[in-house]
Ligand binder design. Structure first.
Ligand SMILES: Nc1nc2c(c(=O)[nH]1)N[C@H]1C(S)=C(S)[C@@H](COP(=O)(O)OP(=O)(O)OC[C@H]3O[C@@H](n4cnc5c(=O)[nH]c(N)nc54)[C@H](O)[C@@H]3O)O[C@H]1N2
Ligand SMILES: Nc1nc2c(c(=O)[nH]1)N[C@H]1C(S)=C(S)[C@@H](COP(=O)(O)OP(=O)(O)OC[C@H]3O[C@@H](n4cnc5c(=O)[nH]c(N)nc54)[C@H](O)[C@@H]3O)O[C@H]1N2
Ligand SMILES: [Mo]
Length: 679
């Protein structure tokens, strides 16, 4: 018997990007653990990924190419050879490409966050083809755009220094669920006396464990941030020196903030006046003060503005001066990888190719003459995209040619003409940055591909050959692509570059980032300052200052759809991944809707009873969980279930809309009015 251990990286869409150690016995992966030498992983994994072998060796794993034999969506497939599948796909795509390559749409997101199995050969392939471009907005583009306008990029505090904070504001995140390694650091700070504040409309597991919980109405964060500024300004709790040297537009921001006395914010946010005042006082007086801002705040109409407003706070008090002070939403902008070399945007020369927003895929697929073929990889749009009825109608089009690269027969795969089996992280090379920390992590294959599965990259290589696309850039191998990711001029010139040797030896390496990156200003904006006022936005005719923008759907009790619904992820799923892993689904039980006891009583809804949740866009059935985790007037539909595993073959996205955010063209999953009735 031979036993080896292989160093890897967690591929999932999560800020923690853990370093992994896989134990392999006679070619079989028997255990996946956290790498104890990687400081942030610290040998610990979440429940989901510690069961990674259960996912990899799942009895339902797709092991062979499959061809549709029944109507679209029926899930009736028959096994075919790779040769048959690839020849037919190549012929079908070539027929479209001869006249309208721009009607071939790639649809991909972060099933794996690896740069190689994510967007390398696949992106080169679609670029060379002149395919439609996909606007990848479904998760973070509102906040990303906002942060870029204010701070200059996806930059901020180094997560490890939250351990030194004395005040930690967890703003729009259920950290225990979605970034457990950050939560461990926050606990360390707490042991050193830090005060923890959670700002979240839901009393989440994280809110339970913080010292203070401010349960504001969904989508009102900008109003709260502006009221905090009002207090900082009127009490003169400001770092005048930092403001003078490292910010732009203070006078304009001051005038805006003075319109937001805490009384006004209390009304808009549904918070107690005293709680807002106390938070402002704490933020000004407890140093270092750190904000873990997260994506929960930017899934509503004014999400971009909310992020801009919050991102201004640390510059007002000079919190950036400390290693344990500042804000972080995403730290991915600190990485120095060469994404351009991997993806080669220069290869795309087809001027007529449209930019199609993945968040409105429902509308796009139902627009005549826009999309004739869609190739899905690393994503499950039928489950995760908003307004499912339209998404399903689009994917059900008999004249749409659909190819899905997957591990499992997902809701999206059910609609495919061909489903192609892809390798998992244990079976391929990849290289990862993180959006929560500033390390790079390498993933080496631990086991041979299962069944006939191939890597995403190999599938596109072989497809390209059959389509007569012989450009050598499509044939670069995975290990070379991993190395290429390091070839960024600034990495190569750095005094402490991330090297291939270090990655091979340790499995991870640190990007060179200063401990307190903005202690002396130096923001990556055009002005080098934190831009309270943005000339760029003003020049586009937009508001140069952050403001509160009310939700598209902010219901009141007399409305036809009187309840605000948010749909954050269930703890044991990762978006729609892992929903089919039985041991994890058993923990979650069924699709749940949390509803406040008052709202339940007025509708005669009992705890554990089935309910119908509906609005003009659709309805779904799920089980009511009567609980004060939901504010009065608000319900929480925990996501993201596979539709086919839901009570009536639907999930929460049946109700969400295709409206977009103020910035970044992103979806508004948490800006959604519904009604609930016993069923
Ligand atoms: N277990 C698990 N971990 C995950 C994921 C998962 O599905 N499961 N998803 C991963 C992905 S793709 C992402 S993008 C990240 C997301 O991770 P985060 O950005 O940290 O967000 P979430 O933890 O999803 O939590 C969003 C929180 O925002 C709250 N919220 C909803 N509306 C508002 C609002 O208007 N204002 C405020 N202040 N809060 C609001 C919700 O109640 C919820 O608790 O997590 C990643 N990690
Ligand atoms: N209502 C509601 N909807 C939401 C959200 C919400 O909070 N509420 N969150 C949104 C957010 S933040 C996000 S990021 C999106 C996420 O949406 P997606 O990025 O679509 O994420 P998943 O649902 O996890 O689907 C990823 C799929 O990729 C597959 N996959 C994984 N690795 C590989 C690989 O190496 N090769 C191939 N070919 N396939 C692979 C997995 O099996 C899985 O089926 O959902 C969004 N949708
Ligand atoms: Mo996400």
């Amino acid at each position: 018997m031979t036993t080896t251990t292989i160093l890897g990286a967690c591929p999932h869409d999560c800020p923690d990007t853990c370093a992994l150690v896989t134990t392999v016995q006679d070619g079989v992966a028997i255990k996946v653990q956290g790498n104890p030498h990687h400081p942030l992983t610290d040998g610990v994994l979440c429940t989901k990924v510690s069961r990674y072998t259960e996912r990899t060796y799942h009895p339902d794993r797709l092991l062979h190419p499959m061809k549709r034999v029944g109507p679209k969506g029926s899930g009736q497939f028959q096994q075919v050879t790779w040769d048959e599948a690839l020849s037919d796909i190549a012929a079908r795509l070539n027929t479209i490409a001869q006249t309208h390559p721009e009607r071939i749409l790639p649809y991909s997101y972060a099933g794996t966050m690896g740069m190689v199995q994510g967007e390398s050969i696949a992106m080169r392939f679609f670029n060379l083809l002149g395919a439609a471009r996909l606007d990848r907005t479904i998760c973070s583009s509102a906040g990303g755009e906002a942060l870029t306008q204010t701070l200059g990029g996806k930059v901020g505090m180094k997560v490890q220094f939250f351990a030194q904070s004395q005040l930690i504001i967890i703003w729009g995140s259920n950290a225990i669920t979605s970034s457990v390694h950050f939560w461990r650091i926050a606990q360390e700070a707490k042991r050193q006396g830090a005060k923890l504040v959670c700002i979240d409309p839901r009393r989440s597991e994280t809110a339970d464990k913080c010292d203070v919980h401010l349960a504001l109405k969904p989508g009102t964060d900008a109003a709260l941030a502006l009221a905090l500024m009002h207090e900082l300004i009127t009490h003169d709790w400001l770092d005048h020196d930092y403001i003078a040297q490292h910010t732009l537009g203070f006078e304009a921001l001051r005038a805006r903030a003075l319109q937001w006395p805490p009384e006004r914010a209390a009304e808009v946010c549904g918070l107690k006046l005293a709680d807002i005042r106390q938070l402002a006082h704490d933020y000004a007086h407890i140093q270092p003060a750190a904000i873990r801002l997260n994506y929960g705040v930017q899934r509503a109409r004014g999400g971009g503005n909310a992020v801009r407003a919050v991102a201004c706070l640390p510059a007002l008090t000079g919190a950036w001066r400390h290693r344990g002070g500042g804000v972080v939403l995403s730290a991915s902008g600190h990485a120095l990888h060469n994404g351009v070399a991997l993806q080669r945007p220069d290869l795309h020369t087809h001027a007529k190719a449209p930019l199609i927003n993945m968040s409105t895929i429902g509308d796009a697929l139902n627009t005549p003459n826009l999309v004739e073929a869609v190739v899905v990889y690393n994503s499950n749009p039928v489950a995760v995209a908003p307004e499912s009825a339209k998404v399903v109608k689009g994917f059900a089009r008999e004249d749409l040619f659909t190819v899905v690269l997957e591990h499992f027969m997902t809701d999206t795969a059910d609609f495919a003409d061909y489903v192609l089996p892809a390798t998992t992280q244990l079976e391929h090379w990849d290289i990862h940055n993180s959006y929560g920390h500033t390390d790079m992590v390498l993933n080496r294959p631990a086991i041979a591909p299962m069944g006939e599965a191939k890597t995403n990259t190999q599938i596109f290589r072989e497809l390209a050959e059959r389509m007569g696309m012989h450009d050598p850039v499509l044939q670069e191998d995975d290990e070379s692509l991993c190395r290429l990711a390091l070839q960024h001029p600034r990495n190569l010139q750095s005094a402490q570059p991330v090297t291939w040797e270090a990655l091979l030896q340790h499995g991870f390496a640190h990007w060179p980032v200063a401990d307190a990156p903005f202690a002396q200003g130096g923001f990556p904006t055009a002005s080098g300052k934190c831009e309270f006022f943005s000339e760029r936005l003003a020049a586009q005719g937009l508001d140069g200052l952050p403001d509160f923008i009310p939700n598209y759907e902010s219901p009141s009790p007399q409305d036809r759809y009187p309840l605000a619904m948010i749909s954050p992820p269930a703890r044991n799923f990762l978006n729609s991944s892992f929903v089919n892993v039985k041991s994890l689904r058993d923990i979650e039980g069924e699709q749940l809707l949390e509803i406040h006891p008052n709202d339940a009583a007025s509708r005669h809804v009992k705890d554990g009873a089935m309910v119908r949740v509906f609005n003009d866009r659709g309805s779904y059935h799920c089980k009511a969980k009567v609980s004060t985790r939901a504010r009065p007037g608000m319900v929480v539909g925990l996501g993201i279930w596979w539709r086919k595993l839901g009570a009536d073959g639907k999930n929460v996205n049946e109700l969400t809309s295709q409206h977009l955010t103020d910035m970044g063209r992103a979806p508004v999953f948490y800006d959604c009015a519904v009604q609930v009735e016993a069923s």
